[in-house]
Write a protein that binds this ligand. Sequence first.
Ligand SMILES: [Zn+2]
Length: 90
Amino acid sequence: MEVCLKVGDLRDFVEEVTQKYWDYLSIGTIANGAKIKFERVPVSAICHSCENIFYFEWHAKDKLCCPLCGNSDTELYTGTELEVKEISIS
Ligand SMILES: [Zn+2]
């Protein structure tokens, strides 16, 4: 069994630690021994002026401007995801 998690880069998920917790918590369940696969989602923002979606480094969030039009009216678009994308049973 494999569980694919979609995890935004703003989530504090350490992959090795998450797998260790999973291994412990799944003992005695049908998910025992399942591997967790991580699909990381980079941090991006959307511009409210031209609707451009662009990636950026989180530490630069206070000076964020759209690279296309220069507008600073932007909003976080991706990076906080935390969801089960897929469960594969073999
Ligand atoms: Zn823009």
